[in-house]
Design a protein around this ligand. Structure first.
Ligand SMILES: Nc1ncnc2c1ncn2[C@@H]1O[C@H](COP(=O)(O)OP(=O)(O)O)[C@@H](O)[C@H]1O
Ligand SMILES: [Mg+2]
Length: 447
């Protein structure tokens, strides 16, 4: 408006009305048109490179009006706001109640919709500490995977089946199975239907998990510490009404340590806590625990070999897994054929040799007898002799003609091992320490 009037009055078509924070509203005229402005009416405020900015009394008046209006509108807005706020204040308790009800409804609707879409079933809570899951699924893995592809699995546990020891090759679905049971329990307890065709569950007081970082091989030692801390948390706080998931515990440390710890934990849980426990392990030797621990049962995730390749069925079956299939997984990962062939060869040799890996009562007995012999004879020479023979036979795993290879480098290694053996205070050692040292020495010889 004002701009148009000023343009008409002065005849300057490029005349502009603008605003800045310092001068407020101004009229801007290019230098070329300055002579067209009437003397005395325009007060110069600012000079730019090719224009001048002016104010006029009329402009000031308008400015006051505009600014005052702005202030008034802000004030009015605030008044209205406080008015509404005051009115609403009385309704706050009712509104909050409504919000709570709505959010609850929202959650329940979410449950209902999901349960309907994915054919979940209503769980039944049992006071008998029983788990019966028919065709259970992992709600997330099932979702990201084609529904047809997901292999549903049962789970049965009761007072006679407190601990399930899960074996099976890598990638077969052990972790998925354990998580699916725990997720089902949690879903049931938050009031949702669950991914199964039938579900009976106890009400768990707590769920403990030791899962995941076992697969994180980057930070070996600290991972192991975390693992032990989490295990401790579970073992010290769990009750018979808890659910414990231990996924490949002990993987972060050396074989014997790991296996010994895993076994001790299972025994402790079995004997002292009796919490429902799913325990997966790659220590195949542990499956012999079934004969010693009454409420422990072996289950395994099955895989079949087809044309020398492994096919995962992802199906949980009773009993222990028979083979590790690790090499076949390597094959799936397309490691070089030569390497796979060599691994199969070594495996074959190892399978035919009785390696001292079992920590069951069997090897405990033999350790004890070794101790006894040592106590009787106190003859280090005999140990050295034995070690020498053992060393020679170890070497023969990897060499068709051990005699030829008894070269200087091998005997230097042997000498180191023998020296170390010689220095051991065997009577001061626990069986576990002895096994660890045996393991280390053997590793040295095999290098
Ligand atoms: N029941 C199942 N049906 C279909 N695929 C599965 C099933 N369980 C596991 N898988 C697939 O196998 C992969 C490996 O499973 P995972 O539980 O990590 O094996 P593990 O713990 O035995 O190494 C998963 O990422 C998933 O894609
Ligand atoms: Mg796993």
């Amino acid at each position: 408006m004002l701009e148009r009037d000023e343009r008409e009055k002065t005849g300057i078509r490029s005349l502009k009305v603008g605003y800045n924070r310092v001068f407020g509203y101004y009229i801007e005229v290019t230098k070329a048109n300055l002579h067209l402005l009437q003397e005395g009416q325009y007060e110069r405020k600012q000079t730019l490179s090719n224009a001048e900015r002016f104010i006029t009394p009329e402009l000031k008046e308008k400015e006051d009006l505009i600014l005052a209006a702005e202030e008034k509108s802000v004030e009015l807005e605030y008044q209205l706001f406080t008015g509404i706020r005051e009115t609403i204040k009385e309704y706050i308790p009712r509104l909050q109640k409504l919000a709570r009800a709505l959010s609850e409804l929202d959650v329940l609707l979410g449950f209902a919709e999901l349960s309907e879409q994915r054919q979940y079933v209503k769980p039944v809570f049992s006071a008998e500490r029983k788990i019966v899951l028919k065709d259970g699924r992992h709600p997330v893995v099932e979702k990201v995977m084609d529904a047809q592809e997901y292999v549903p699995n049962d789970c049965y546990m009761d007072n006679e089946r407190e601990v399930l020891l899960i074996t099976g090759p890598n990638m077969s679905g052990k972790s998925t199975y354990m998580r699916q049971v725990a997720l089902t329990a949690i879903m049931a307890q938050i009031g949702c239907f669950v991914p199964a065709t039938e579900a009976v569950m106890p009400i768990f007081d707590q769920v403990f998990t030791r899962i995941g970082a076992a697969d994180d091989l980057v930070s070996g030692q600290s991972t192991f510490m975390v693992e032990m801390l989490e295990a401790k948390n579970a073992i010290t706080n769990a009750t018979k009404d808890s659910l414990i998931l231990f996924d490949e515990i002990g993987r972060g440390t050396s074989t014997y340590d790991g296996m010994a710890l895993a076994q001790a934990m299972i025994e402790y849980i079995h004997d002292k806590i009796s919490a429902k426990t799913l325990f997966s392990t790659h220590y195949h030797e542990m499956t012999s625990l079934e004969s010693e621990l009454q409420k422990l049962k072996n289950v395994h995730v099955s895989a079949v070999e087809q044309n020398g390749k492994v096919v995962f069925l992802h199906k949980i079956r009773e009993g222990a897994a028979d083979k590790s299939y690790g090499i076949h997984v390597a094959q799936l990962a397309e490691l070089p054929a030569d390497l796979i062939e060599r691994a199969a060869e070594i495996l074959h040799i190892l399978e035919q040799t009785d390696t001292p890996v079992s920590l069951g009562s069997e090897s405990q007995k033999s350790l004890d007898s070794v101790r006894e012999t040592l106590q009787h004879e106190q003859d280090k020479q005999a140990i050295l002799q034995a070690a020498e023979t053992a060393a020679a036979s170890q070497l023969s795993f990897f060499d068709e003609e051990p005699e030829k290879k008894k070269s200087s480098s091998a005997s230097k290694k042997e000498k180191q091992v023998l020296d170390q053996l010689n220095g051991l205070e065997i009577l001061d050692m626990t069986p576990l320490q002895a096994m660890n040292i045996l393991y280390e020495l053997q590793k040295k010889l095999r290098k």
